[in-house]
Design a protein around this ligand. Structure first.
Ligand code: SIN
Length: 491
């Protein structure tokens, strides 16, 4: 690999630059390569093989060929392989974190956190592999027995995003492999290195050839083949709502199972009775993790009249204190945005909000570091008429809306086509139940801004998606129920 940025890895073999197809590292059929750049400097990190439709087709065919054996491999063996993969990831966390920060930009500590978080899904599903139970159904007749088997759905295609280049792969690949499915992964073109390193470790863990392939490359080519191939039985995607809708349409032609984890527009509600420290901490965690580039980031901060000014003062001070810089530098809490397009969207949302009457309390402009660094920003006076209220900013901008009653807060919070995550802060137990039940979101955090955990179901309602990742429910998305009716038993 022509590496412009020196990456100080203990294990250089984790730096892969080819596609992993059928257990072999290969160049793409067209011989093309894509640059991987460091969002903090714009410098070249390396170049990676760009796959084509033909490469994706070959990976799918080899996954299909491997499917029968992998599906029949005893659950306990699959479990051991997953466990070995988990252990190798944890062992190499420092190297994996360096690769992740180099291509994605998030602070090294956050990258480490993501690797360990992703690894927990592999650990979880190593265990769940052994629990894909069927059932015996009470018989309606003598000599007849009814039961269900839960079988792997077949070849899975996973299309994963750049904001969590490691964890979103682990969250899809682990339940797929645990269920006995083979998988072809297309990582985001901006962040292929984390994916390829995971592939290297999967091979070392003993994942058989063809069971897990990784095909980097353009969406129209690689993604198109994955979505259209009749051999692929399920597609699982994390990314934008428009792309999710397109994949759903493509998948309809071959009636694939579809799991989608799409955009959010999370409200973060602070009621008058909230603990101010908890509310400020929660809002900072939820808003500024990964520079605001997560689907579960607070997009709208709704604050009740009585606590509004005190909250804004404390929240603005905490926001202003955030350290912005290169993710490799000590103490940095917010890295760059992923690219110029992301920066332009942030600017556009602020400009639109200010034009419609919002005030900038902190930040509001590009950071002095230049490039795609942006100042952590707090706006007040936000209203539902602003673009920032309806569209996910995916950047470090916290617009504060003011409300008076609980009913108004719930109505404002639910006034979106998205339904992924929502948060609220209250010390009133009755309100915690009422509001928790009234919010139309797949994931709700009460008195916290951090809700992700491998044992809990993650996923959205409305246009935020279909299916759940993590928890025991996450395995169901990769299994088919097969009903077996046995007659003539003479009992
Ligand atoms: C996401 O933003 O898509 C995932 C965030 C998480 O798992 O915490």
């Amino acid at each position: 690999m022509s590496t412009a940025l020196h990456l100080d890895l203990n294990d250089r073999a984790l730096l892969r630059d080819q596609l992993l197809i059928g257990g072999e590292w290969v160049d793409g059929a067209a011989g093309a390569r894509d640059d991987v750049t460091d969002p903090a400097t714009g410098g070249l990190v390396g170049q990676v093989a760009a796959g084509t439709r033909a490469d994706a087709r070959r990976a799918i065919e080899l996954a299909d060929a491997a499917q029968r054996d992998w599906g029949r491999t005893p659950a306990k063996t699959r479990s051991r392989i997953l466990r070995a993969w988990h252990d190798l990831i944890v062992e190499h966390v420092d190297d994996l974190a360096i690769l992740l920060t180099a291509e994605q930009g998030k602070p090294l500590a956050e990258s480490r956190g993501e690797i360990l978080y992703g690894a927990t899904f592999i650990e979880w599903y190593a265990e769940e592999a052994k629990r894909a139970y069927g059932e015996v159904i009470p018989s309606p007749a003598d000599g007849r027995r009814l039961l269900t088997l839960r079988k792997p759905i077949g070849v899975v295609a996973a299309i994963t995003p750049w904001n969590f280049p490691m964890a979103m792969i682990a969250r899809k690949a682990a339940p797929a492999l645990a269920a006995g499915c083979t998988i072809v992964i297309k990582p985001a073109p901006t962040t292929p290195l984390s994916a390829l390193a995971l592939g290297e470790l999967a091979q070392r863990a003993g994942v058989p050839a063809g069971v897990l392939s990784i095909v980097c490359g353009p969406a129209e080519e690689v993604g198109g083949e994955l979505a259209e191939s009749p051999l692929v039985r399920k597609i699982t995607f994390t990314g934008s709502t428009p792309v999710g809708k397109l994949l759903m349409t493509q998948a309809a032609q071959t009636v694939k199972r579809v799991s989608l984890e799409l955009g959010g527009n999370a409200p973060f509600i602070v009621f008058d009775d909230a603990d101010l420290d908890v509310a400020v901490r929660g809002a900072i965690d939820s808003k500024f993790r990964n520079a605001g580039q997560t689907c579960v980031c607070a997009n709208r901060i709704l604050v009740q009249d009585g606590i509004h000014d005190a909250f804004v003062e404390r929240f603005a001070a905490a926001t202003a204190a955030l350290q912005v810089g290169n993710g490799f530098d000590d103490g940095v809490e917010q890295g760059p945005l992923i690219d110029d397009r992301a920066l332009a969207k942030v600017r556009d949302h602020i400009e639109d909000a200010v034009t419609h009457g919002a005030s900038v309390v902190v930040g509001g402009d590009a950071h002095e570091l230049g490039g795609t660094f942006f100042q952590p920003t707090v706006l007040t006076g936000a209203t539902p008429a602003m673009r920032i209220a309806v569209d996910e900013t995916f950047g470090p901008v916290a617009p504060v809306f003011r409300f008076t009653t609980e009913e108004e807060a719930v109505e404002l919070a639910n006034a979106t086509e998205s339904g992924l995550a929502a948060y609220f802060c209250t010390q009133d137990l009755g309100r915690a139940w009422r509001v928790g039940e009234a919010l139309e979101f797949g994931v709700v955090g009460v008195n916290t801004g951090l809700i992700s955990y491998e044992g809990a179901p993650f996923g959205g309602v409305k246009q935020s998606g279909l299916g759940r990742e993590g928890s025991r429910h996450g395995l169901d998305d990769f299994l088919e129920i097969s009903y077996l009716c046995i007659d003539g038993l003479g009992v």
